[in-house]
Structure formats: structure tokens, C-alpha cells
Design a binder for this molecule. Structure first.
Ligand code: ATP
Length: 222
């Protein structure tokens, strides 16, 4: 029997804040695996607030998890191609990726967990998978009283203290639009995809490519 985490998100783009909570939650709770599930268009975000297409966001998540044997990506939401609620996604991922006896957890940031009452069927979701509330700067998980009152399965919510990293996808998109560097805020492979494809208004010129290749060849020689 192993513990498996499902980490759903828009990942528009995936960034180091996501990677750090995936790693630290996996360690704290002894996960054998973490399955990242990039969303199509999530029901709580309007289509226009999602800036990169599902395939680009999927490729970025794939690049981010490369090299970590515990981490993988699942295409289920991308392939379904319509907004999906976590209560629909989790059973599908369990069916596709699970082994008998696996114990399932849904990983989420504290900001999302405190809004859990606006999700579809939160109690049923908590039956399908325990929910991990990873700390995030600016959000208080010490006060979840409103959830305790409303949810039968409140005891299936597990707060996990993570290194607080104040990075958001919104902030990264803003920086790129202003021509600022987001290097090291996102994994290297994600940074490359953003610039190769000119996502979020990122520079897609030869200078940027040469600058990157210069430092990449330095990395290979080291
Ligand atoms: P946006 O700024 O576009 O809302 P985001 O940075 O919150 O995006 P999502 O893809 O929506 O990224 O996040 C997926 C999950 O990761 C959510 O549960 C969110 O709470 C959590 N998360 C994102 N960034 C952080 C962070 N820096 N620290 C902790 N949790 C985070």
C-alpha cells in the first residue's frame, strides 16, 4: 500500500512555489508518488483568465517534473477538454493510475482550501481523497472554523507547513508582460518553453536564445 498525492492546478505557468509544496508535502506525508494534473479550464476561473493553452501548460508541467522519479503528469483534464471539478477528476485519476490499496491525497494551497465550500461536493471529494492544505504566504490556515462547521469530513483536511514562497502564476505572467526575467522563479525547462514559444508575451528573440544556450552549455561542461 502506498500513499499517492494528486496535485491539480491551472499551472499557468507551473512555478517553484508549486514544486516546493509538492516536494515538502510528499516528504511530510510519505507519498510514494505525486501526480500533477493540469486543468483544462477550471470551473472557478473564467476561460479568459487562463492565458496559455492546455497543451502548453501540460508541456510545462512535464518539463518541470522531469528528473524526479516520484513526480508524473496526467492528461485526464486536458483530454476531457471541458472544465472539470476535482470531485470528478480524482476518481478518474485513481482509476487510471492507482494500485489496489493506495491511499489518496489531494494537494492544494491554503488559499484554495479556505474556499472549499464553493467547490462542488466538498464532502464527497474528501471521501475520495484526504485534502492537504499547504501553507501559502498571505493565507491563514489556523482558522478553518467555517469549514469545520459545514463539513462532515473536516477531519480529512490535513494542514502541512511548507516553506513559504511568495510566487504566483499571476505575478509571473505580469513580470513576463513587462519584459522582466522570471528565471529561477520557474524550473529551467519551463523557462525554456516560455521563451521558445513566446508565452505570456515573453521575449522570443535570438538574443534570449543565445543568452540561454550560453549558460546551458556552461552547465553541461561543469
Ligand atoms: P494564479 O496566480 O493564476 O491564481 P497560482 O500561482 O495560484 O495561480 P494554480 O495553478 O492556481 O497557481 O495553483 C495550483 C495550486 O497550487 C493551488 O492549490 C494553489 O493554492 C497552490 N499554490 C500556488 N502557488 C503557491 C505558493 N507559492 N505556495 C503555496 N501554494 C501555492
Amino acid at each position: 500500500m502506498s500513499r499517492v498525492g494528486i496535485f491539480g492546478g491551472t499551472f499557468d505557468p507551473i512555478h517553484q512555489g508549486h514544486m516546493i509544496i509538492a516536494e515538502q508535502v510528499a516528504q511530510a506525508l510519505g507519498f510514494a508518488r505525486v501526480i500533477f494534473v493540469p486543468g483544462g479550464v477550471p470551473p472557478h476561473k473564467t476561460a479568459s483568465s487562463v492565458k496559455a493553452g492546455p497543451e502548453d501548460r501540460f508541456d510545462m508541467v512535464e518539463a518541470a517534473v522531469e528528473g524526479n522519479d516520484k513526480f508524473s503528469v496526467d492528461r485526464v483534464e486536458v483530454d476531457v477538454g471541458r472544465p472539470m471539478h476535482s470531485v470528478e477528476t480524482v476518481p478518474l485519476v485513481k482509476e487510471r493510475r492507482g494500485d489496489p490499496g493506495d491511499e489518496w491525497f489531494f494537494v492544494s494551497g491554503a488559499d484554495e482550501v479556505s474556499n472549499l465550500l464553493s467547490w462542488r461536493e466538498p464532502d464527497r471529494l474528501l471521501e475520495e481523497a484526504a485534502m492537504v492544505a499547504a501553507t501559502r504566504p498571505g493565507y491563514d490556515i489556523s482558522n478553518l472554523e467555517h469549514l469545520e462547521k459545514a463539513l462532515d469530513n473536516f477531519d480529512r483536511i490535513i494542514p502541512v507547513e511548507c516553506t513559504r514562497v511568495d510566487i504566483s502564476a499571476t505575478g509571473i505572467r505580469r513580470m513576463l508582460a513587462k519584459g522582466e526575467s522570471v528565471r529561477y522563479l520557474v524550473p529551467e525547462g519551463v523557462y525554456e518553453i516560455i521563451h521558445d514559444r513566446g508565452l505570456y508575451g515573453a521575449r522570443k528573440d535570438e538574443d534570449e536564445k543565445q543568452r540561454r544556450e550560453g549558460s546551458l552549455s556552461w552547465r553541461k561542461e561543469a
